[in-house]
Write a protein that binds this ligand. Structure first.
Ligand SMILES: Cc1ncc(COP(=O)(O)O)c(C=O)c1O
Length: 444
């Protein structure tokens, strides 16, 4: 096939996608990429273009595309047993539950498996409600919890609420969005007013008795908003004072991504429940909720998730966790994350359109602004187009659509980080050449 026929075939698939998939299934880029295959940190489009992937399937491909060990484990498992449901004991499910109990902090020990982060969060809230006998839940502004009625209600961003349905009993407290402090503070004058808002919210917007607070250690879809560690200590303490549990949504931050095993570990808080999905099985569908035995003990009513505990996903997860441990990838995420962060901060010094750089480990965000911190989603769109043209894929996000999200596979190399930084620098230089005012934005 010539390149031209491949490109025509790609255009045909884009047209068919638009015809046969719901319009809400939005794709990136002016001309969407039809993806063919991947290997490690690289993706290959059906027109033959090679891309350095710095968004990893939205933080799912934690050990790289088509990892040979994960693939081998999946193929072996499929040839043995694909699915029988949880009506029978299957060894991969029990082994994964045991492994999660061993590697998660504190007393977390009892798991329930599903197929997505949405279901993991639904399960966590149900467990918290059954364990406490209370109903109300506090979520955070700018959060993202998933797409079910409850999870969309927990989500603190209008753009991600499906609109037609909301569930009662959910209120939102302030998040720690330091770059745009909701209390107008600067870091030197910060008194953790956002964390104090948790108590205010509990006292003014709930009955005073709640089931839980749910929080992401770094708000992913929210634009990698990274609260100070003390924020979590304070909100966990507050919710417990009101009888509630602390749920850490580790769907994006879990399993080494932030340079520690779990995102919440940076704060020293021991959650009562944790939820996982995305990177746990390197791209295979999975959701997991882990609770302390005391919390899980209340979850006795018969319940089934048909594909939860599926042996193929379980085996993929076990092998992904093996790879992360044996190849020391949590440490690599810390080291390469630091390298990436330093490079991004250097770009920020050169280009004032980058208002903020934030994140931990290999979860780094850049917020694009114009004068006086005005959110600039148009600049993010242009940056994404230009980096794509340079062969680099990045993510977008944030309530205002003005944050670039960068999260390569955790076995990314120093050379690949360098390559990505150069591709980003080139895009920024091009944007500045086209719009010279971008070099003269006011600092605040
Ligand atoms: C923090 C967080 N929680 C939950 C979810 C929902 O996961 P899923 O899309 O697998 O249902 C997401 C998805 O982006 C997420 O980022």
């Amino acid at each position: 096939m010539t390149d031209q026929t491949v490109t025509a075939a790609s255009a045909d698939f884009v047209a068919k996608q638009r015809k046969y998939l719901a319009p809400g299934v939005a794709t990136y880029y002016d001309t969407p990429i039809v993806m063919s295959h991947g290997a490690g940190c690289y993706l290959y489009a059906s027109d033959g273009t090679k891309y350095l992937d710095f968004f990893g399937g939205i933080l799912t491909v934690s050990v790289g595309h088509a990892h040979p060990r994960v693939n081998r484990a999946v193929i072996d498992q499929i040839q043995k047993l694909t699915h029988v449901s949880t009506l029978y004991v299957t060894t991969p499910m029990v082994e994964l539950a045991q492994r999660l109990a061993e590697i998660t902090p504190g007393d977390l020990a009892v798991s329930f498996f599903t197929s997505s982060g949405t279901e993991a969060n639904e399960t966590a809230i149900a467990m918290a409600r059954m364990a406490t006998g209370a109903y109300e839940v506090v979520a955070l502004r700018h959060s993202y919890s998933g797409r079910s009625a409850l999870a969309a209600t927990l989500t603190g961003q209008a753009g991600w609420r499906l609109g037609m349905h909301g569930t009662p009993g959910v209120v939102h407290a302030m998040n720690a969005y330091c770059y745009r402090c909701p209390f107008g503070k600067t870091p030197d004058r910060c008194g953790l007013e956002c964390a104090k808002d948790m108590e205010e919210t509990l006292r003014t917007s709930t009955s005073g008795r709640v089931a839980a607070v749910i929080a992401e250690p770094i708000q992913g879809v929210g634009g990698f908003i990274t609260p100070p560690d003390a924020y979590f200590q304070e909100i966990a303490e507050t919710v417990r004072k009101y009888g509630g549990l602390f749920i850490a949504d580790e769907v994006q931050t879990g399993f080494g991504r932030t340079g520690r095993a779990f995102g919440i570990e940076h704060s020293g808080v021991q959650p009562d429940l944790m939820t996982f999905a995305k990177g746990l099985a390197n791209g295979h569908p999975i959701g997991a909720t882990i609770a302390t035995p005391a919390v899980a003990a209340a979850y006795t009513k018969p319940t089934i998730s048909t594909f939860g505990g599926n042996p193929v996903s379980m085996r993929a997860a076990l092998t992904t966790l093996d790879v992360i441990a044996e190849e020391n990838l949590t440490e690599n995420a810390r080291v390469q994350g630091q390298r990436l962060r330093e490079g991004l901060e250097e770009l920020q010094r050169r280009y004032p359109m980058i208002g903020d750089v934030r994140g931990k480990g290999l979860m780094q965000g850049m917020e694009f602004v114009r004068a006086d911190k005005e959110p600039a989603p148009d600049l993010v769109a242009k940056f994404a187009e230009y980096t794509r043209q340079n062969g680099l894929l990045i993510g977008k996000g944030g309530l205002y659509g003005n944050t670039v999200r960068i999260a390569p596979a955790m076995n990314v190399s120093a050379a690949q980080v360098q390559e990505a930084l150069e591709q980003m620098a080139e895009a920024l230089a091009r944007m500045t050449a086209e719009e010279p005012e971008l070099a003269r934005l006011s600092a605040d």
